[in-house]
Design a protein around this ligand. Structure first.
Ligand SMILES: [Zn+2]
Length: 107
């Protein structure tokens, strides 16, 4: 009974941080799309959200007695957020925010 919906079903199973729907390392591609949609126009909030998840993933790994690869986890959890922001500021299509086009740029 593996139902794969685009969107909310692609959530992380803790403490392994694999997707509950597809089993891929979280955030999987559908999870990223859902997060882009969920935080459309709020890329800073999305970055904070992912930073918090990163911290939880590292803490979970430590709690399991593992030695987390912090650099790899940081890239996995936050790199795509930066790429999405870059794509957006370059007129990209992955984080189109039609509601808040007048958001100030901090960089
Ligand atoms: Zn998934």
């Amino acid at each position: 009974m593996a139902r794969t919906h685009p969107g909310r079903d692609h959530v992380a199973a803790r403490p392994c941080w694999r997707c509950r729907a597809c089993g891929a390392p979280w955030p999987c591609a559908p999870a990223k799309l859902a997060l882009l949609d969920q935080f459309a126009g709020h890329s800073v909030a999305r970055a904070f959200f992912m930073a918090a998840r990163l911290e939880e993933a590292i803490a979970d790994a430590v709690e399991l007695g593992q030695k987390p690869d912090v650099a790899a986890l940081t890239e996995r959890f936050t790199q795509w957020v930066r790429e999405a922001r870059r794509a957006r500021s370059g007129g990209g299509d992955s984080d189109a925010s039609s509601q808040h086009t007048a958001a100030p740029r901090l960089d």
